[in-house]
Design a binder for this molecule. Structure first.
Ligand code: ZN
Ligand code: ZN
Length: 169
C-alpha cells in the first residue's frame, strides 16, 4: 500500500520549488548541517536540513493534505479488512452462518430465483460489510449462495462498494 502511494505522489511535485537548493541563511558551504534521509519512509534520497523532503517529495500544503488523505484512506481500508477478517472467524458468525444455511434449506438463493437447485456453500451479506457493518449479524441481510453465484455477486459489488479480501470463508 505504501509502495503504491509512494509511486503516485512524486508526479504531483513537478511544479514545486525545491527548498533544499535555497541557501541556508548565514551559513556557508562549510557550516551546512549534514545531509539526512528524505522524510518519506523508504525514499533513498538525502536532503540538506532544514529541508525535510527530497525534490520529488516536496509539495505544497495542498499536496501534503492530499498525501495525508491517501495514506489515511489506505489505513482505513486496511483496518476495515482486518475487522472483517476477525468477524468471519468469530463464533457468532459461525453460528449465524449455520442458521442461515438451514433457513435457506442449504440451497443457493440466487440460483433458486432462476429455478435452479444448487447446494449453497457460502453465506453472503446482501449489503456488504464494508457498506453496513452494523448489519453484519442481521439475518435479513444474509443469504446462502453457491460458489459461482458468490463470485458473481462479489465482482458486481467490486464495481461500486468495494469489499476487501476475506469476505465469506
Ligand atoms: Zn524523497
Ligand atoms: Zn447459485
Amino acid at each position: 500500500m505504501r509502495a503504491r502511494t509512494h509511486l503516485l505522489l512524486p508526479r504531483m511535485a513537478v511544479a514545486v520549488r525545491p527548498p533544499l537548493r535555497r541557501p541556508i541563511r548565514g551559513a556557508g558551504v562549510m557550516t551546512m548541517r549534514p545531509m539526512r534521509p528524505c522524510g518519506i519512509p523508504g525514499c533513498p534520497e538525502l536532503v540538506r536540513p532544514p529541508a525535510v523532503y527530497c525534490l520529488a517529495h516536496t509539495w505544497t500544503d495542498e499536496q501534503r493534505r492530499e498525501y495525508r488523505r491517501i495514506v489515511d484512506r489506505d489505513y482505513d481500508r486496511h483496518r476495515r479488512d482486518q475487522r472483517a477478517r476477525a468477524f468471519y472467524k468469530s463464533a457468532a458468525w459461525e453460528r449465524l452462518r449455520r442458521a442461515v444455511l438451514a433457513r435457506d434449506n442449504y440451497l443457493c438463493q440466487r440460483c433458486l430465483e432462476h429455478q435452479r437447485i444448487t447446494p449453497a456453500t457460502t453465506v453472503d451479506h446482501i449489503v456488504p460489510l464494508s457498506v453496513a457493518w452494523e448489519r453484519r449479524l442481521d439475518m435479513s441481510n444474509l443469504r446462502s449462495l453457491c460458489g459461482p453465484c458468490h463470485n458473481a455477486v462479489r465482482s458486481e459489488q467490486e464495481g461500486g462498494g468495494r469489499q476487501g479480501p476475506g469476505r465469506d470463508p
